[in-house]
Design a binder for this molecule. Structure first.
Ligand code: ACO
Length: 359
């Protein structure tokens, strides 16, 4: 059997520069993240809408402020049916996003960013057997999401915690879901298709699906004295510790620090730091053991570990962690869609055939 093996493929595309972007820069060696010309730390205190505007502006699109969008009857009907079948929240978001239609890119971008909080909150309520709520004109996207999920206007500290989360995850270089969105737009397809594909990429546990399992791990440990034995068992069984490791960051993910500080603020306000302190103890032990079991791999805490803690402090169910990530990341996805549209170049790499060559 003859095969063609002259060209070796880089299956994970590590180190491949696939585009130029003005949207964000991830420096994995220095632990730095720049979003639309601002260091992550400089975005503290900005609203999600501010960061969205910065990203769209950097992508060459200036639009009016995005407001939470009410759902069309057809989207709501789909969510009701999905809830009756207990469809997973990330799948329900993908299905509902696919029902959106727009005349042009700008309308689609507004509709996508404005609809995500409404879709996710409506679905959370439907799964609990409650009626979805319409967004309130007076509230921004973060506050509206919390209001539409819980049914009461949220405390300012909770809104601040969620704003910090959404702005922190709004964009992050050429991650898998962003790349997916750009590939779809590069074919001349529309933004709704691109973002629907991106949701599918974000869902996987190696990308946006990690924070739920990261929190489950902390709960499973339950007490700092058990951290070592539980973590050793996982590592010896070949399991990955969720919330640790990153393709780009080889030092601590700077987003973890921002989110840890926001989580500490939120838990202090609630007067109960027990879970926060347990998470810190688990993190310390995990880092020590990862160095022991995977020496030289430089596996550090990633964004998902403290995402889990922060979103738990917001009283969100773990199944809604990844959809909440999507509410933030859709800012970056749509900005990248604008940037890719302006570039107007089909993304089409090659593969190395390693199959049989017929005689
Ligand atoms: N726990 C234990 N071992 C790990 C972990 C981890 N969290 N992460 C990497 N490793 C090990 C691998 O087993 C591998 O070891 P080996 O060479 O002895 O087989 C080595 O480190 C390299 O792993 P790769 O998978 O090649 O590294 P990659 O760059 O692809 O990994 C990834 C990045 C996928 C995020 C990985 O670290 C991981 O699976 N982490 C856990 C899941 C997670 O937290 N995902 C969220 C990522 S952040 C985000 O997307 C927003």
């Amino acid at each position: 059997m003859e095969t063609q093996t002259a060209v070796r493929a880089n299956g994970g595309l590590e180190g491949v520069i696939a585009a130029e972007t003005r949207l964000s820069m991830v420096d994995g060696e220095r632990g730095e993240l720049i979003v639309a010309g601002h260091r992550l730390e400089q975005l503290a205190g900005r609203t999600f809408e501010d960061v969205l505007a910065l990203l769209w502006d950097a992508a060459g699109h200036s639009g009016s402020r995005v407001r939470a969008a009410a759902l069309r009857a057809s989207t709501l009907a789909l969510l009701r049916d999905a809830a009756a079948r207990r469809v997973a929240p990330m799948d329900a978001l993908r299905m509902a996003a696919g029902t959106l239609t727009a005349e042009d890119d700008a309308e689609a971008a507004h509709l996508l960013v404005g609809s995500f909080p409404t879709i996710v909150a409506a679905y959370a309520r439907l799964l609990r057997g409650e009626e979805p709520l319409a967004p309130r004109e007076s509230l921004g996207l973060a506050a509206n999401y919390l209001y539409m999920s819980s049914g009461s206007e949220p405390h300012a500290e909770l809104v601040r915690g969620l704003e910090t989360y959404l702005t922190t995850v709004a964009d992050h270089g050429f991650n898998a879901s962003t790349f997916t969105a750009r590939v779809i737009v590069s074919t001349g397809s529309d933004f709704v298709s691109a973002v629907t594909g991106a949701i599918g990429a974000l869902k996987g546990p190696l990308h946006g699906g990690a924070p739920g399992p990261a929190l489950d791990m902390v709960f499973e440990i339950g007490d700092a004295s058990r951290a070592e034995s539980v973590l050793r068992r996982k590592l010896e069984g070949g399991e990955r510790l969720m919330g640790f490791g990153h393709r780009i960051y080889k030092v601590r993910d700077p987003r973890a620090d921002v989110l840890a500080a926001a989580a500490a603020r939120m838990f202090s306000r609630a007067g109960d730091l027990e879970l926060y302190e347990l998470a810190r103890a688990v993190e310390t032990k995990a880092l020590e053991l990862l160095e022991e079991y995977k020496p030289g791999r430089r596996i550090k805490t990633n964004v998902e570990f403290y995402t889990a803690l922060l979103l738990c402090g917001l009283d969100l169910d773990t199944a809604f962690f990844a959809p909440t990530f999507a509410i933030g990341r859709v800012a970056g996805w749509t900005a990248h869609c604008f940037e890719q549209r302006a570039l107007g170049r089909l993304i089409r790499p090659q593969s190395a055939y390693v199959g049989r060559i017929p005689a």
